[in-house]
Design a protein around this ligand. Structure first.
Ligand code: SAH
Length: 347
């Protein structure tokens, strides 16, 4: 028997095409998107739809979603980490990060990751495979439903960040289509300014940004302004060096008041000296930049350590002299290994 295509792999435009090709009433597209993405129902669509259209979708499409295998709730700050089991038994993680009874969701884009960054737990897994669009969108829908069941009234996921497992630009097509679905006015209707994709600096994907995902926010994992040091942290820097990455990013048009976020993990005695801060300030000065300083989050067997608070603050003070807005990020969910770089679904 042929495997059915997942309904959640279809963008709104794809769905309209299917409907047109099968001579169904065009209104079916908005009815289905409304049911599955706006109301986020997990049953067959019961809204007004001709029986033939209902049968067509029932017979030809799969409506199942990734299964929640385990849920870890942080005792410290209400962060929730989900372990999802996919149909081929691979697992990925998704994190809900709370802010004022609302949430950001941190989505995974791949099982494991090919980038092999020296400071990241996911990298130790290697790349197993890309996620499909339905597996990406499915993380969002399942997390939303979990909130509706377990924290009723709090099912408000207002921001989407592609900062979970994987390099999103290395799986561009599926990530792009999931953005199309999140943005659709017929469904979740998330604003483009609420979606952020984080990259290690994968230039082929950055080159597609302006044309294919315009307006989506970009975060670059920068971590060192020196090419040699960055090579050590992010091996892909040898192929796509930082100066070329920054030049490619500069080509991407920004909305009014839009910033590029530059993420900088602070690692004790490696990239936390005042010279690092000065060089970082120098290369970013004058850009529409926002810096997130992330003290290194430890994971089992990790080699690095986080600097002390004093060093972190001194680093920020240097950046302040360059007039670049800088935020020191406090870790959320680190008690359940849900913070940046702690995601690993091997076990
Ligand atoms: N591959 C993408 C997205 C995943 S990582 C990227 O590289 O941007 C999301 C963020 O967490 C990145 O900024 C990454 O550098 C950071 N991160 C990874 N490991 C970390 C760790 N151990 N401590 C703190 N931040 C980490």
């Amino acid at each position: 028997m042929l495997l059915k295509q997942s309904f959640y792999d279809l963008s709104y435009a794809d769905l309209e095409r299917v409907i047109h090709q099968n001579n169904l009433n065009h209104s079916v597209a908005s009815v289905l998107f409304n049911w599955h993405y706006k109301k986020k129902e997990n049953t067959q669509c019961l809204d007004k739809m001709a029986k033939c259209a209902m049968d067509f979708f029932e017979n030809n499409f799969d409506f199942s979603l990734p299964e929640i295998d385990r849920v870890h709730e942080s005792k410290k700050d209400r962060t929730v980490k989900f372990l999802f089991k996919l149909t081929d038994n691979h697992k990925v993680e998704t994190v809900l990060i709370p802010f004022h009874n609302k949430y950001s969701i941190c989505l995974s884009s791949q099982v494991g990751c090919a980038m092999n960054c020296s400071f990241c737990f996911t990298g130790t897994q290697g790349l197993k495979r890309n996620l499909t669009t339905s597996e990406i969108v499915g993380q969002f829908l399942q997390a939303w439903r979990w909130l509706a069941l377990n924290r009723s009234g709090e099912e408000r996921i207002l921001n989407i960040v592609f900062m979970g497992q994987g390099e999103p630009l290395h799986n561009f097509d599926a990530v792009k289509k999931s953005c199309d679905i999140f943005l659709s006015k017929h469904g979740t209707s998330i604003g483009v300014q609420k979606i952020t994709i984080s990259t290690a600096g994968y230039i082929p994907g950055l080159k597609r940004w302006s044309e294919e995902i315009p307006g989506v926010n970009l975060a670059l994992s920068l971590h060192s302004p020196f090419e040699e040091k960055r090579n050590e942290l992010i091996p892909i820097n040898k192929k796509y060096p930082l100066d070329e990455v920054l030049a490619t990013i500069d080509e991407i048009p920004l909305r009014k008041k839009q910033f590029i976020t530059y993420e900088y993990i602070l690692i004790k005695d490696f990239n936390d000296a005042l010279d690092d801060a000065k060089k970082l300030g120098t290369i970013l000065a004058g850009k529409s930049a926002y810096i997130n300083l992330i003290p290194f989050n430890a994971f089992p067997d990790s080699d690095y350590q986080s600097p002390d608070v004093d060093t972190i603050e001194k680093f920020k003070e240097v950046l302040d002299t360059f007039k670049i807005p800088t935020l020191i990020r406090t870790a959320k969910g680190d008690d359940v290994l849900a913070a940046c770089g702690q995601l690993n679904s091997k076990n």
